[in-house]
Ligand binder design. Sequence first.
Ligand code: SF4
Length: 97
Amino acid sequence: MSDPKVFAIADQAIVDPITIVPELCTGCNLCLHVCPVDLFLPNHDKGGPPHVLYPGECWYEGSCVDVCPEPGAIRLNRPPAMRVNWKPRAALGTSNR
Ligand code: SF4
């Protein structure tokens, strides 16, 4: 009897919460381990970037980006409604007190 094959098919979601740059990712899987909703699946090729298996489940809390040791390897694509336009207090003409 041959080994059974298992396939994982990513959810079809209208959101694309995570971008992983394969050229920068070392496949350490730290992002995979800190994700609170188990969004990722490890790559079957050692050292390959994890797969984003459940994009529609993302909470956009960003622990995957925070833990990544490779600058620019992973990016969070927050929906426009969740983006905050921070401005320096000085630009608003108010003081700290
Ligand atoms: S933490 Fe960064 S380098 Fe490690 S697998 Fe995730 S994206 Fe790749």
